[in-house]
Each structure stands twice: as structure tokens, then as C-alpha cells.
Design a protein around this ligand. Structure first.
Ligand SMILES: [Zn+2]
Ligand SMILES: [Zn+2]
Length: 700
């Protein structure tokens, strides 16, 4: 169903009469009835509730909606998982309404409605409102669009103990649940509302359950058992002490608990904190909750940028001594040499430097606001973040070096790029991919610049094109850029020339080898046409903390990424795998989708072969090239090379570039990170003046 989205409005998809399930992607709703609402992005929860009461013809005094949101969280680069977010107030509702702007792949907001009566009145289930009669366009006219089930169960139509289909835990203990999972959900929801943490404890008897408040000496407890002889695993509450003798937890409960520990050692990893939590508090806490708590504590520890800058020299010196961090400062010393105004900081870890030796000779650079894109960030930093990254054997970004700087200019790019060449990349023949930014172009073209090739991110070229000519013909630029054969490229360029000669002229001013795949002679790009900024900045997530905090948190992310990649590549090596997964998957896909026998192979002069089906291609295996352009571009065999290998009975893996081997992958991440000592043991940063943010210069 096509949905028309208008500016500032959000499509809210409400489901009811179904159940909440958990799948590999997190929560989803099954067997529900759905309906769309369109609301402004800044809508108060009460307005939605008013709309819902009206929509279902229900009485506010006698009934209550319980609303859950399907809330996305990023688990890996660009992979989302959905959690259940209780929508209880304006801020949780606002978080839901912000989803489409934060995640462009999600076009609407999904809510799950549960319903509960608050009076003893017996409602007649037959009088249940039917939305299809009220709404002109019912998206699902065949289903019984009403809250009948919820009304029936919670209105006393069935005799007590009543089956709670609304998963609501009342003080009244005569309640039954469909199964233990439903009861757990009811307890979880109750915990959140009561701002407590109530968890399941082990029991000795089979089919009996016990929940307790985690706070020691609190009296709250709930006992339940499976109904004897009952069908479908019905669970009944047998004993319920509904009074807490503890005080409610604050919303940043996790942060409060771990604050002392994190202050002592801010670089403790999420995994270490998770372990500590289990030992100290006796139950598991999700990594995401720990991560959030740690972020909160880091904000408290490093405060604003002024405070964070003062803490920076010591933090850097401990990372230098414990983890061989390499850095370069730039600051302007005041007449009183004990003070200086901060300009820039460059840093890289020796682990990245060592790892890059095993990566392909390709480096990507980019810059953004320290807190992410200016247009989505409500609070801008006065600093910019610069990043340089390589690619590992699995085609993923391999973070190399970073800089935080007051401004990005020709001068800063010259400094950043030369630091990378001197501190990080020890070899010749490197290709740089960046946006076609004029400052970067200037620096790379300067005499003595040590980059062998410079390629542009196609997205950057397209966006510059749009700035000049609008977005009407930009698809031709994209198609020309992605074409792997010259004649295809020429076709789109000619089309452009006919449609808009001045746009064609503009494009011709950029060397085609810098932006078009078909002209990437030598295959310096390894098929990489665009910079995926989300994946590129993954180690920075969305921290929005002052600079020292950013450094601490990214250190943990980087360490975690190294550990994970090292472990899983080790496992694959032990299994006997030779190449990384993305390459193997690509080859498997070729084998599955293409019938090698359908190609006709004709030997030509030298070691060239003609491979033909409807069209003709020429493959030279020893040079790893094919006229389709993909073999030399991706640096592993294209379909035509595979067909030829099949015919000649040659193993095509022979022609997969070294840079895709698991061994390289494993070596890339083999330099592990070391633990960082506690704050009390951090060395003094000698010779560094007290750093001030640029804006307070006037104070000195
Ligand atoms: Zn309690
Ligand atoms: Zn080919």
C-alpha cells in the first residue's frame, strides 16, 4: 500500500487484537488488525489518546490504553533490531515519532495497542465499535477490526479468576495468564511503570515461578504456578505481595550504580561492566542498557567541552603509555605559556597502524560535525571530526586515524593527510577516496603529495552536480559512474550531452578516472564507488559528549570491534576457510544464478579467450581482466571468468585477490588492545599547557 508522506507529518501504524512476538529482528506483531493515523511530528501523547478514544468510541473514564512502540536500535553497522518501548509519556512518544527522521529506511511508526477497562461495568462485547464502519478507507476490511477480545476478557464476562489478555498486573492477585511468557511481560511492564526492577528467580518445584524485587530486603514478591490439568500452559498467580518496601529507582538507575566504578576507570568496556553488574546485582543486564548507563556517566565525568579539554592531556598520556596511541596536538599558546587555545588533535592507535599493513592500498577520508550531521543534531559542537579508514578483507571499514579540529580548511586537510602518510601508512602506491571537496583536491594536487591516485566518492560528485543543475539528470551521473564498461559510460554521457550540454561540459571537467568505475584504470577503487558514512563513523555511534568522552567511548568501540573480528576470523580459519564471507557469497551467487555451460568458449591469441552467450566478452585470466570490467574492478572473477575456469577446469579461487583472504583479515585485527589502568595511576601530561576552548580566549 503506497503511503503519501507529507512534510512534518508522521504515519503512525496502530495494531491491536494481536500478540507481541519476538523474532530474530526483535519484536513484531502477529495476527493483528491495523490502521494508519497521520500525526504531526511534535504531537503530545494526550492528543493521540484523545484520537484513539474517539476512534474506538470508548469512554475515557472507564477504559485505558496501554501502548507499546516498536523501537529500532542499531545492533551492527546498518542492522536494526526492534525493542518494545512503553509509550507512557510525551518523551517516549516523541522518541517514537522521531524514528522515521532518524532511520530513513523506516517510513512509519508502529504502535501496539492493548486495552483495559478501569471500572466494574460489564461491557457488552457486541457493542464493540467496528472501525471499518467509521473509516472511509479501511486498510484491512476483512478482519474484525475491534477490541472485542480485550473487552471480553477484561470486562468480567468470563468468570474470575480472569484471564489477563492485556498483560496488566493488578494488585488484585486473582489473575491468570496464557503462559509464563505473558506473565513475564506483565511483570516487566509493571516493573517499568513502578520504576523498579522485578526479576524471575529460580524455583525448586517444576512449573512454579517466583519473581522478586532486585533491591535487597524489599518485600515485593509474586508466586505463580501452572494451572493443574489446565490446557495451553495457563499460569495462575498463587501469592502476591504487591507492596515494595524499597524506594523507586531513578531513571538513570544503571548510571548511578556504575558511576563509582566508571569514575575509577573510564575505559572499562561494556563487557567488563556487564560482568561486574551480574556479580554485584545478581542478574544480567543487556549490553545496550550498560552502554547507555556508561554514556551517561561519561557525560557526568567529562562535563562540557571546557571541562573535558582540561582532562584531555592526562587521558591522552595514559592511552599513549598503555596502548601506544600516536597523537599530534595543535594549540596556540597565550602570552602566559601555562595556557593555550586548543585547535586540533590527531590520533591513531598502533593497533590500526599494524593492521593496515594487511589491508588493500586504499584509504577513505571524510569529515563531519563532532556530534554527527549538522541537520539532524539539535546541539552542534564547535568542533569537527575527521576520519581516515581502510578496508578489511571482508570489505568493511577499518578505522585508521582521527582528528578533532576547530575548523576544516586546506590547512587542516594538509595536516591531517600528511599525518596519515607519516604515522599510519608506511607504503607507496596508495589510493585516496574522498568527496570532491576543493580543499582536499588542492592538497592532493600539491607537489610532494604522496598519494598515487585520488578518486571521488560518487555520492559527492552527484551532490555537487545537484547543487548546480538540480536533481533531474543526476540519475545519469550515477549510471555513468557505476557503469563498468566504457561503452556503457559513453552511452549515458551522450544522453547527458543531448539533454543538457552545459551539464555534460561540467562533468567533463572532472577526470573520468576519478569518478567513473569504467575509467578506474588499475582498479584502484576495488569497486568502492561511494562512502557509506554511517558505517564509516560506526565507532563514534551517536555519542554527543564532550571531546574526552568521545575519545574514551570510541576507544571501547574500537577495542570491541578488534576483539570481535579477531575472534570470528580465527574461528573461520580453524574451520579451514580461505576467503572472507562476502567474497565467497558473491562467488556462490554467481554459481547459483548463472549456468556456466550456457557460455561458448573460443580461444583467441595469446592467453585470451572469447566467452559468449548473447554478447561477447574477452577474458584474460593471467591478467585478471574481462571486457565486462568487473574482474579487474572487484579483483575477483566475474561470471565470464568463472565460465572460462569451469571449461578449462581451473579453480577460480586462484584469481581472487590476496586482499580478500581470511589470513589477511585475521592479521588485520591481531594487535589487541591492552587494559588501561585506573585514573589514580594515570601519568601526568608533562609540558602540555592548560587547554581552553577557543570561545573563552578573551578571558585570559
Ligand atoms: Zn522493591
Ligand atoms: Zn566478465
Amino acid at each position: 500500500m503506497a503511503i503519501e508522506t507529507s512534510r512534518g507529518k508522521v504515519i503512525v501504524l496502530c495494531h491491536w487484537d494481536g500478540c507481541i512476538k519476538y523474532g530474530p529482528d526483535g519484536v513484531y506483531y502477529e495476527g493483528s488488525t491495523s490502521e494508519y493515523f497521520r500525526v504531526k511530528q511534535k504531537t503530545e501523547l494526550n492528543r493521540l489518546l484523545d484520537g484513539l478514544y474517539k476512534r474506538f468510541g470508548l469512554d475515557k473514564e472507564k477504559s485505558k490504553f496501554v501502548i507499546w512502540g516498536k523501537f529500532p536500535v542499531l545492533v551492527q553497522q546498518s542492522k536494526l533490531k526492534y525493542l518494545l518501548l512503553p509509550v507512557v509519556d510525551d518523551s517516549s512518544f516523541a522518541a517514537m515519532l522521531d524514528i522515521p527522521s532518524n532511520h530513513p529506511s523506516i517510513t512509519n511508526v508502529e504502535l501496539f495497542l492493548e486495552f483495559k477497562t478501569t471500572s466494574d461495568d460489564v461491557l457488552d462485547p457486541n457493542s464493540c465499535p467496528n472501525p471499518s464502519k467509521r473509516q472511509r478507507t479501511d486498510p484491512n476490511p476483512s478482519s474484525e477490526g475491534c477490541l472485542k477480545k480485550a473487552l471480553t476478557f477484561s470486562s468480567g464476562v468470563v468468570s474470575k479468576p480472569c484471564l489477563s489478555s492485556s498483560l496488566w498486573l493488578d494488585d488484585d492477585h486473582d489473575m491468570r495468564f496464557k503462559d509464563i511468557d505473558e506473565l513475564k511481560k506483565a511483570v516487566d511492564w509493571y516493573s517499568m511503570r513502578a520504576r523498579r526492577k522485578c526479576v524471575a528467580r529460580e524455583t525448586e518445584k517444576k512449573d512454579t515461578y517466583r519473581f522478586e524485587c532486585v533491591r535487597t530486603r524489599c518485600n515485593w514478591s509474586l508466586h505463580a504456578a501452572r494451572v493443574e490439568g489446565g490446557q495451553y500452559g495457563l499460569v495462575e498467580i498463587t501469592k502476591y505481595n504487591a507492596t515494595h518496601t524499597c524506594s523507586p529507582v531513578k531513571s538513570d538507575f544503571v548510571a548511578d550504580e556504575i558511576e563509582g566504578l566508571v569514575r575509577l576507570n573510564p575505559t572499562l568496556s561494556v563487557q567488563e561492566l556487564k560482568k561486574w553488574w551480574k556479580e554485584k546485582l545478581g542478574y544480567e543486564l543487556q549490553a545496550s542498557a550498560i552502554r547507555e548507563g556508561k554514556l551517561e556517566v561519561i557525560k557526568r565525568v567529562y562535563g562540557d567541552e571546557e571541562q573535558s579539554l582540561r582532562a584531555l592531556p592526562k587521558l591522552i598520556s595514559v592511552l599513549q603509555s598503555s596502548n601506544e596511541m600516536v597523537m599530534d596536538w595543535r594549540y596556540e599558546v597565550f602570552p602566559n605559556p601555562n595556557f593555550a587555545s586548543f585547535s586540533s588533535l590527531f590520533w591513531t592507535f598502533s593497533q590500526s597502524v599494524k593492521g593496515f599493513q594487511h589491508c588493500r592500498p586504499l584509504v577513505v577520508v571524510d569529515t563531519r560535525d563532532l556530534y554527527g550531521n549538522d541537520d539532524v543534531s539539535p546541539r552542534c559542537s564547535q568542533f569537527k571530526l575527521m576520519i581516515a579508514s581502510g578496508f578489511d578483507a571482508a570489505n568493511r571499514y577499518f578505522p585508521l586515524a582521527f582528528a578533532v579540529t576547530r575548523e576544516v580548511s586546506v590547512e587542516t586537510w594538509r595536516w591531517f593527510l600528511s599525518r596519515i602518510r607519516e604515522e599510519v601508512t608506511q607504503r607507496e602506491g596508495l589510493c585516496l577516496i574522498s568527496s570532491p571537496d576543493k580543499d582536499i583536491v588542492t592538497v592532493v594536487n600539491e607537489p610532494g603529495s604522496q598519494w598515487k591516485e585520488h578518486r571521488f566518492c560518487l555520492k559527492g560528485v552527484c551532490s555537487q552536480f545537484c547543487d548546480v543543475f538540480g536533481d533531474e539528470l543526476v540519475r545519469l551521473v550515477k549510471k555513468a559512474g557505476y557503469s563498468s564498461q566504457e561503452r556503457e559510460f559513453d552511452f549515458y554521457m551522450n544522453d547527458m550531452k543531448e539533454k543538457r550540454p552545459e551539464a555534460w561540459k561540467w562533468l567533463n571537467k572532472i577526470h573520468p578516472h576519478q569518478w567513473a568505475l569504467a575509467h578506474d584504470n588499475g582498479g584502484f577503487r576495488y569497486g568502492v564507488m561511494e562512502i557509506d558514512t554511517k558505517a564509516l563513523y560506526a565507532v563514534f555511534r551517536d555519542f554527543r559528549v564532550a571531546m574526552s568522552g568521545v575519545l574514551v567511548l570510541m576507544f571501547d568501540e574500537l577495542r570491541e570491534a578488534f576483539d570481535e573480528s579477531f575472534t570470528c576470523s580465527g574461528e573461520s580459519l580453524n574451520r579451514g576457510d580461505v576467503y572472507t564471507k562476502p567474497v565467497m557469497e558473491k562467488l556462490e551467487e554467481f554459481l547459483r544464478d548463472y549456468d556456466a555451460a550456457a557460455y561458448v568458449i573460443t580461444p583467441l591469441e595469446g592467453d585470451a579467450f572469447e566467452v559468449s552467450r548473447n554478447k561477447k566478452w574477452i577474458v584474460k585470466l593471467n591478467e585478471s581482466i574481462c571486457t565486462c570490467g568487473k574482474f579487474q574492478g572487484d579483483k575477483f572473477p566475474c561470471v565470464h571468468a568463472l565460465a572460462l575456469c569451469e571449461k578449462l577446469r581451473i579453480n577460480p579461487l586462484k584469481y581472487v585477490d590476496e586482499c580478500y583472504t581470511l589470513e589477511r583479515y585475521h592479521k588485520t585485527y591481531s594487535a589487541g588492545f591492552s587494559p588501561v589502568p585506573e585514573v589514580s595511576a594515570w601519568p601526568e601530561a608533562s609540558g602540555v599547557p592548560t587547554l581552553l576552548t577557543p570561545k573563552v580566549e578573551g578571558k585570559i
